[in-house]
Design a protein around this ligand. Structure first.
Ligand code: NAG
Ligand code: NAG
Length: 229
């Protein structure tokens, strides 16, 4: 998506992890009036990413979209299941021993939501003032408000506002009214907003209990309560 003065380039993590100079060569040159952005969901949870990004530029500003880790894990599983229908049940993967409430933290779908652990890794290379957390929940209920804070964080004028969005009830998500590049509205793709796999309420409670201390620590670290509990 290209907004005035703000170009978002979607490129692959693999390129960055294999050969940074080549990857940089793929990025557009940035004029003084522009910000170049790059987006990859796995950066936040990739151990080597903070060191590599900081050695490229210590001034990089980082934006992380976080959502309730329990919902995130179920969404993650739903997505994997759509590609590999033969995998074990969510419960079988999520617990080492369910009756003891032992969660399997080596399962990626669980581990990714332990945000405070990943943040600790980033804070060894970047000050908190260079990291902005977007609430995934509020991004849906109040996209303009959430993007307003993103624009402030980036030192941009608040160009994107309420009038750029409408809520599509069928999709269950806000959509952009009219991107610059086309005259048609633009919504998120088919893979977004899928109906999640039905998970037992008791399992959800167990995972909530598991994540609670991690969430609380995360709220303290970033100075914001995301109200996931
Ligand atoms: C889970 O723990 C219970 C209680 O200690 C034990 O009886 C059971 O065998 C364990 N299950 C597995 C799959 O390890
Ligand atoms: C709303 O979303 C649905 C499902 O993605 C799509 O088919 C429809 O065209 C959208 N409606 C509008 C008015 O954008």
């Amino acid at each position: 998506m290209c907004l005035p003065g703000l170009c978002v380039w979607l490129l692959l993590l693999t390129a960055l992890s294999v050969c940074p100079p080549l990857f940089r060569g793929l990025m557009p040159r940035t004029l003084d009036s522009q910000i170049t952005m790059e987006k990859t969901p796995s950066y936040f949870v990739t151990r080597e990413a903070p060191r590599r990004i900081s050695s490229m530029s210590r001034d990089t500003k980082l934006i992380v979209v976080v959502r309730n880790p329990v919902t995130r894990a179920i969404s993650d599983y739903t997505q994997t299941l759509s590609k590999k229908p033969d995998i074990p049940s969510f419960e079988a993967l999520a617990f080492r021993n369910r009756s003891l409430g032992q969660v399997d933290t080596s399962w990626n779908a669980i581990r990714i939501g332990m945000y405070m652990l990943h943040l600790e890794n980033w804070l060894q290379y970047f000050p908190l003032s260079q990291i902005h957390f977007v609430s995934g929940e509020r991004l849906i209920t109040d996209p303009a408000g959430e993007l307003g804070r993103v624009q402030d964080f980036l030192g941009l004028k608040r160009i994107v506002t309420d009038k750029h969005f409408y809520f599509n009830k069928t999709k269950g998500f806000p959509c952009l009214k009219k991107p610059e590049s086309s005259s048609l509205p633009r919504c998120l793709g088919k893979s977004k907003g899928r109906t999640h796999v039905q998970i037992d309420q008791e399992v959800i409670e167990q995972l909530r209990d598991f994540y609670r201390p991690y969430n609380i620590k995360f709220y303290e670290m970033v100075g914001h309560d995301f109200r996931w509990d």
